[in-house]
Design a protein. Structure first.
Length: 521
């Protein structure tokens, strides 16, 4: 007959894992199946920002900005180890004419026709003054105008950029955010299965019959009172299969590419840069020695098509950044690139570069047990989006508990918002062999759980094999035993970014170690 559960979730991205955590904490039994690794799709391939969405200012979507800022504050409080404040510099280009057609640009052309389409500095300053949370209460400092001449912020920029503004947002480790939600869901009773492919779903009386296949080809059946379809790019296909209807029509899929290059600047602030066509990119400090640049918005043909940035997309990002930074960028500067494919809800997007990121929830409960299909959504708003999903599903269950995630820290996040530095000092004091930099890295990844991982170690040798760049056997085993990691790729590119720091022979050693572990299991 198979195991029976309240909720079966298809997809281990931020939507699926966020819903699993919320539901498990409300007393529902949950099973989640992800065909790959947690966060291996768009959720782990974002621009690494928890932000209000500066671009929404041009569309006068102030409520959307403030909703996102409220969620940003919650994320800073509940996951301060993987989410931290980030100041973002917006250089003012006096020659910029924005060709984008938005409510703001239309109003500007109407009221100030003599500007010739250019944006006066005072107009930008006025707009940015509205980039703040409701009630002006925030953990982060407000907008400020800055002089770029002779400053660290202005040094990497071209000479024509003499002034600008700074606003506050936050940096977040997206892939670890996904994983920590899955971990917390599992701690509350959810069953999380990676590398498990859902091969069929069908209604059978008051339940869904879900068939799952693992990597060995072994199939298992589950009976679920409700189905959550959070399959990312495959959401429309799964919805059509589950409901027996045609695949929903709509703009389909959008591909976002990012590139990582050697560091363009030596400070810890990011840049927000805008082009004449209305598109924008961020340039962020990344992994100490690099700069992350992204993203593109290009229509993607099919969920099953490979996700990678084309030469044209990568060239666009490099050319875009080269119009602002002194150091021109070429394809040979790219040390890594990654791409995410996200789905837009039916009838919610126009051009690919303006595809809506609002989550859309489609509930089908007329012909039997409910199926909730989850389209798109923003990483920053994932927690609130999960609450909205549970609000729709709760009427189908009895005795569902109230929303709870707004004040509950994620694993390792039970510390003050500004506590990472202090915790790193304490860790380095308790484990002197770490030194300051290694201790800071561990705190930024594991928060208050870093000491638990290190255990009774007295010296580095107690942590087992050294794979390079402070990655040890103890940490690798933690990722496998606690964080659902299976392959070297999981460890090097999602649980961490050691892939940027290890040499080929070190990666080979890690792969050999994992093979030995699997053979001994």
């Amino acid at each position: 007959m198979g195991e029976t559960t309240d909720l079966f979730i298809i997809g281990g991205g931020i939507n699926g894992c966020g819903i699993a955590r919320d539901a498990a904490g409300r007393g529902l039994s949950v099973v989640l199946a992800e065909m790959g690794d947690l966060g291996s799709g768009a959720s782990g391939s974002t621009t690494k920002l928890a932000h209000g969405g500066i671009r929404y200012l041009e569309r006068f979507q102030f409520s959307k900005i403030r909703d996102a800022m409220e969620e940003r504050e919650i994320l800073l409080r509940t996951a301060p180890h993987i989410c931290r404040p980030l100041r973002v510099v917006l250089p003012y280009d006096p020659d910029m004419r924005c060709e984008a057609d938005t409510p703001a640009t239309r109003l500007l052309r109407l009221l100030l026709p003599w500007t010739g389409g250019k944006r006066p500095a005072w107009v930008i300053r006025l707009a940015l003054s509205l980039y703040k949370p409701r009630g002006n209460r925030s953990l982060l400092p407000p907008m400020a105008q800055i002089d770029l001449r002779g400053t660290a912020e202005g040094l990497p920029l071209q000479d024509r950029l003499a002034k600008g503004w700074e606003v506050s947002d936050a940096w977040v480790d997206d892939a670890r955010l996904v994983m920590l939600n899955a971990r917390d869901a599992a701690a509350r009773g959810a069953k999380i299965m990676t590398r498990h492919l859902v091969t069929s779903v069908e209604r059978e009386g008051a339940h869904w019959l879900v068939t799952v296949e693992d990597l060995s080809g072994v199939t298992t059946e589950y009976r679920a009172r409700a189905l959550v379809n959070a399959a990312g790019p495959w959401t429309a296909k799964v919805q059509a299969k589950a409901t027996g209807q045609e695949e929903p029509a709509g703009p389909g899929l959008v591909r976002g590419a990012h590139v990582v290059v050697p560091a363009l600047f030596g400070h810890d602030k990011a840049y927000y840069l805008q082009a004449k066509d209305g598109r924008y990119i961020f340039a962020l400090p990344y992994e100490k020695n690099f700069t992350l640049i992204g993203t593109t918005y290009v229509e993607h043909p099919d969920a099953d098509a490979p996700a990678f940035g084309t030469k044209s997309e990568i060239g666009y990002l490099l050319e875009f950044a080269s119009r602002y930074f002194r150091r021109p960028l070429a394809p040979e500067d790219v040390v890594w690139s990654f791409t995410g494919i996200r789905t837009a809800a039916p009838d919610t997007a126009d051009a690919a570069n303006r595809a809506a990121r609002d989550m859309a929830l489609e509930l089908d409960d007329l012909d039997g047990p409910p199926v909730l299909s989850v389209y798109s959504g923003r990483l920053t708003n994932y927690r609130k989006q999960a609450e909205a999903a549970l609000d729709l599903l709760s009427p189908h269950f009895q005795n569902v508990l109230s929303p709870w995630t707004a004040h509950a820290p994620l694993p390792g996040g039970d510390m003050p918002v500004d506590g990472a530095g202090r915790l790193a000092v304490q860790l380095a004091t308790r484990y002197p062999f770490l030194g300051g930099e290694w201790a800071r890295r561990l705190v930024r990844a594991y928060g208050t759980e870093a000491a638990e991982m290190l255990g009774s170690a007295k010296e580095a040798a107690d942590l087992g094999r050294d794979f390079g760049a402070t990655l040890t056997e103890r940490e690798v085993l933690w990722m496998i035993e606690r964080e659902f990691a299976v392959t070297a790729e999981d460890i090097l590119w999602r649980r961490s970014k050691f892939g940027l720091h290890l040499e080929r022979h070190q990666i080979t050693a890690l792969e050999g170690f994992l093979s030995e572990k699997r053979a001994a299991a």
